[in-house]
Each structure stands twice: as structure tokens, then as C-alpha cells.
Ligand binder design. Structure first.
Ligand SMILES: NC(=O)C1=CN([C@@H]2O[C@H](COP(=O)(O)OP(=O)(O)OC[C@H]3O[C@@H](n4cnc5c(N)ncnc54)[C@H](OP(=O)(O)O)[C@@H]3O)[C@@H](O)[C@H]2O)C=CC1
Ligand SMILES: O=C(O)CCCC(=O)O
Length: 487
């Protein structure tokens, strides 16, 4: 298929390695198709360990010079990159919708969100402050310097193909690091378009490489290679756990943004319309395919019927279809495995007494389209309570007391995001403090922003992205002891 881009050169079908656009050494390629209709968009190179090794070598050379430049120079290049992303927002969004499936309006929103990480870290580059620390003796001074960690590697997912890349590359480049990136095989074109814009912005040759191909071979080299000092990953807990094991031999610093199982709690004293709005945003954004999506909706019994009725009405108004069509709010799921997973969760819920209030089956459009679904009568034994569905299924659970809600919410090995709605300030503080998650949305279903620290606790991962803390993930602290100052 031909994409109608204003700037067709943004659709790159080669990888960006050490400042050059090249094919895989073997000339092998992998096809990329549109999840909405299966049409082939194009191909990307099937790279492996050798190309990864070369990209890491080039990154090592480029990083030395980059780290020595004044922060102001790095800021200027990142600022140009932010401007280029926004200037090309329409094309970047069309590429994203075509390979990922999300509605065009969401893709445009993601490009702006992605650029905001470049913008934020362009500023933060100039604020890498160290410390002077009072020493225990008069002849000494203690300095804590912050220095870039060096060459870094990133493995990114398909659900936010550009934002998850800039949330990693933004702080890495701002801190003075180099980065080798492997995007998800389903959505490589967004990452390659970003590389094209990075080149145009004047990023030095070799500082950023984007390689497509074999996940195990590229990931294997990234973790094995001692030159890579840090690996940052967003994706499934299973792959994150494996990368952590693989990184053990070279003791890499790790950031892992893994699966979630977010509780969304509605207390009796909540503003119900606001709670329904929040549930819609949190649950159905990106057709339910975000790691911070509400996965379990707990509603206090006093408002259960009213909340559920309002939720169902809103869900029935969603429009399913190809994301490029006007008015569509729900695109296809990313692949057949994702459709099979939501089918399994719905069947399991029904078998255990759940009642489908709307949806509950594949959409009449066929393919990877699934009807936005609400299931009432959800209980803890169901799969939906234990695993993230990563699809448009809202299971509604009932509860009696605040203590019960907190216990249910925390009954998971995950701890990424939690949400709750209440107007009682005492309850707001109590519940926010007791929820076991890295992020808590109070009276909102949308918490993501470049200024805030994004990340999880428990098996949802390690480290924080975005905010001033996101930069620290790419910095090492060097202690310098100045002695003999009284001589
Ligand atoms: N936290 C989040 O935001 C995300 C969570 N998920 C969760 O994971 C589930 C499965 O999704 P899935 O796409 O399979 O997620 P994966 O974890 O498999 O994919 C995420 C990234 O990891 C890469 N990867 C896969 N295997 C390896 C490996 N052996 N070595 C190095 N990199 C690897 C993928 O590459 P490739 O595409 O080439 O396989 C992709 O770039 C979802 O249903 C959801 O529950 C998924 C995506 C994002
Ligand atoms: O699903 C993710 O991995 C990230 C969610 C996007 C965001 O809200 O930042």
C-alpha cells in the first residue's frame, strides 16, 4: 500500500546504523502490515547481532564527544528535534495509525506527547547539578558529580511506538549518552521516522541507531556487550525478566517498565459522571492496550447500579473501525494473539458467573476488531482479576468497605498504576498512601505527562521515566574526595 504522506521520505525501509541508512547484512527483510486490514505497508531489515555490535561500537565513539559538549549544545539539537516532530505531526501520526491501528486523533496526540519528552529533557540537560557535601575533616571537601552512564540500549513496545522511544532517548541524549534502539517488529516505521528526524536535527553520526530485526539476536547482543552500560525496556513482564537475567553477567543498570493490572476504584462519595469519564479514558484509550489501563473496576455497592448503567451507555457510543476513518474511537487489536486473549478473558468471566452487559464478542467488521465490552459481577477468581487483558474489556467488581477495596486492589504481583474516585480528603490521603503502585490517579483516569515520574513497583518494573527523575536513570554519581586542602 502507498501511504499518502506530505513528506514520503519519512517512511524509511532501511535501518539507521552509525549515521547511515542500510539493509541487513544478510539482505533479509521482514514485512510489516496494517492491523486494521492486513495490508502490507512495507518491509524492514532483519538485522541481528553483527549489526548491533557495529551500532554499539559507533555509539561508543560518538558518545565520548557528545558527553564533552556543553549542555547548551545538546539542548539546541534536542529542541530542533522537538520542532521537527511537531512540524511533521500529521505524517508521523498517519504512519503510526497505519502500523499500530490507533485512531488518527490518538496518534496525533501521541506525537505531541512523544515530542514533549524531547522538549522536557532538552531543558533538563542544563540542570544536571551535582553536590558539594560537608566533609568530616577541615582539610577535605566532598564533591558528587553527575556524569552520563555511557552507551545505552532501548527495546520498545508496539503500543506507543514513538512516545516510549522518546521517553527513553530524550533523557539519554540530554544526559550525554548514546543509544541503540530496537523497536517492536509490528511498529518499526514510527521509530525509523524518528531516526530520520533526529538526523535532520543534527544529532551526531552514530549517537543514535535504530535497528529492526530479530529480537533475541539484537537483545542478546545488547545485553551481552559490556560497552552497553544501561538497558531500558518497556514491554511484557516475561521479556523484562529475561532481559534482567541476561544483563546480570555484565551488571547493567536497568530500567524496566513492565505489565500492570491497574485497579480503578469508585467510592460511594465519588462524582459519578467524572468517574465514568475517567474509566472511559483509562480503560479504552488505545483500545485498552496500555500498561496503565484500568484492568479491574471496583465499585462500592451504593453506587454500583448507577455507575454501571452510565458506563455501559458510554461504551455503547464508542465507534469501532479503521483508525484513519473519521469518528473512529476504537481501532483494531494489534494481532490475533491479542484477540484470543480478550476472548479467553471474557469466556472465563462468563463461565465464573460474570454477565456481559455490552459487547463480549468479535466485532462485525471481523479481523482484529473486538466489541468494547463491559462485564458485571466480576470476582477475584477470574483471569481478568489476575492478568492484564490488554484489550477493551471492563470487568466491574463490587465492594463494601474502604479496607476491602484497598486489599482487593493490592492483591496482585503488579504495581504500576492505580486510580480512585472520592471527594473525601481524608480518604484520598489514606487510600493514595496505601495503594501499592508506582502511580496513583485521584479523580482522574489520565496521569501520563512528561513532567511526572512514570514507573512501577513490585513486578511492574524498575526505575522512573519522565520528570527530573527520568534523567537520573542515565547518570552515574561520581564521588570526588578533595584532601590535603590545609597544606
Ligand atoms: N508495558 C507495556 O507497555 C507493554 C506490555 N505488554 C504486555 O505484554 C503482552 C505481550 O505483548 P508483546 O508484544 O508480546 O510484548 P513483548 O514484551 O514481547 O514485546 C516488547 C518488546 O520486546 C521485544 N522482545 C521480545 N522478545 C525479546 C527478546 N527475546 N529479547 C529482546 N527483546 C525482545 C519485542 O520485540 P519484537 O516485537 O521483535 O518481538 C518488543 O520490541 C501484552 O499483551 C501486554 O500484556 C506489551 C507491550 C507493552
Ligand atoms: O503502555 C505503556 O507502556 C505506557 C502508557 C503510555 C503512557 O500513558 O505513557
Amino acid at each position: 500500500m502507498t501511504l499518502k504522506l506530505k513528506d514520503p521520505s519519512l517512511l524509511r525501509q532501511q535501518v539507521f546504523l552509525a549515521g547511515e541508512w542500510i539493509d541487513a547484512d544478510t539482505r533479509e527483510t521482514v514485512a510489516v502490515s496494517n492491523p486494521a486490514n492486513g495490508e502490507r505497508i512495507g518491509t524492514v531489515p532483519m538485522c541481528g547481532a553483527e549489526e548491533t555490535q557495529r551500532a554499539i561500537g559507533a555509539a561508543e565513539v560518538a558518545q565520548r564527544d557528545w558527553a564533552r559538549r556543553p549542555a547548551k549544545e545538546r539542548t539546541a539539537i534536542l529542541r530542533r528535534l522537538n520542532d521537527l516532530m511537531l512540524a511533521n505531526q500529521d505524517d508521523l501520526a498517519l504512519i503510526m495509525t497505519t502500523e499500530q491501528g490507533k485512531p488518527l486523533a490518538e496518534s496525533k496526540g501521541e506525537i505531541a506527547y512523544a515530542a514533549s519528552f524531547i522538549d522536557w529533557f532538552a531543558d533538563e540537560a542544563r540542570r544536571v547539578y551535582g553536590d558539594t557535601i560537608p566533609a568530616p575533616s577541615a582539610d577535605r571537601r566532598i564533591l558528587a558529580l553527575k556524569q552520563p552512564i555511557g552507551v545505552t540500549a532501548a527495546i520498545t513496545p508496539w503500543n506507543f511506538p514513538t512516545a516510549m522511544l522518546t521517553r527513553k532517548a530524550g533523557p539519554a541524549l540530554a544526559a550525554g549518552c548514546a543509544m541503540v534502539v530496537k523497536p517492536a517488529t509490528q511498529t518499526p516505521f514510527s521509530a525509523l521516522a524518528f531516526a530520520e528526524l533526529a538526523q535532520r536535527a543534527g544529532l551526531p553520526k552514530g549517537l543514535l541507531s535504530v535497528l529492526t530485526g530479530s529480537a533475541s539476536k539484537i537483545g542478546g547482543e545488547m545485553t551481552r556487550n559490556p560497552t552497553v552500560r544501561k538497558l531500558t525496556f518497556t514491554g511484557s513482564t516475561e521479556v523484562g525478566r529475561m532481559l534482567m537475567k541476561q544483563s546480570a553477567d555484565t551488571i547493567k543498570k536497568l530500567s524496566l517498565e513492565l505489565g500492570g493490572n491497574a485497579p480503578f476504584i469508585v467510592f460511594d462519595d465519588a462524582d459519578l459522571d467524572a468517574a465514568v469519564e475517567g474509566a472511559m479514558v483509562s480503560k479504552y484509550r488505545n483500545t485498552g492496550q496500555t500498561c496503565v489501563c484500568a484492568n479491574r473496576i471496583y465499585v462500592q455497592k451504593g453506587v454500583l447500579a448507577a455507575f454501571t448503567e452510565k458506563l455501559v451507555a458510554r461504551v455503547q457510543a464508542l465507534k469501532v473501525g479503521n483508525g484513519v476513518e473519521p469518528g473512529v474511537t476504537q481501532g483494531p487489536l494489534i494481532d490475533d494473539k491479542a484477540v484470543a486473549k480478550i476472548e479467553e478473558h471474557v469466556a472465563d468471566a462468563v463461565a465464573k458467573g460474570g454477565k456481559v452487559l455490552t459487547g463480549g464478542k468479535r466485532h462485525a467488521l471481523g479481523g482484529r476488531f473486538y466489541e468494547p465490552t463491559v462485564v458485571a459481577g466480576a470476582i477475584s477468581d477470574m483471569l481478568v482479576a489476575q492478568e492484564e487483558t490488554f484489550g477493551p474489556l471492563a470487568p466491574v467488581f463490587a465492594f463494601d468497605t474502604e479496607a476491602e477495596a484497598i486489599a482487593l486492589a493490592n492483591d496482585t504481583e503488579f504495581g504500576l498504576a492505580s486510580y480512585f474516585y472520592s471527594r473525601d480528603i481524608g480518604r484520598i490521603m489514606r487510600v493514595a498512601e496505601q495503594l501499592e503502585s508506582g502511580m496513583v490517579g485521584v479523580n482522574t483516569g489520565l496521569i501520563s505527562t512528561a513532567e511526572a515520574p512514570f514507573g512501577g513497583v513490585k513486578q511492574s518494573g524498575l526505575g522512573r521515566e519522565g520528570s527530573k527523575y527520568g534523567l537520573d536513570e542515565f547518570l552515574e554519581i561520581k564521588y570526588v574526595c578533595l584532601a590535603g586542602l590545609d597544606r
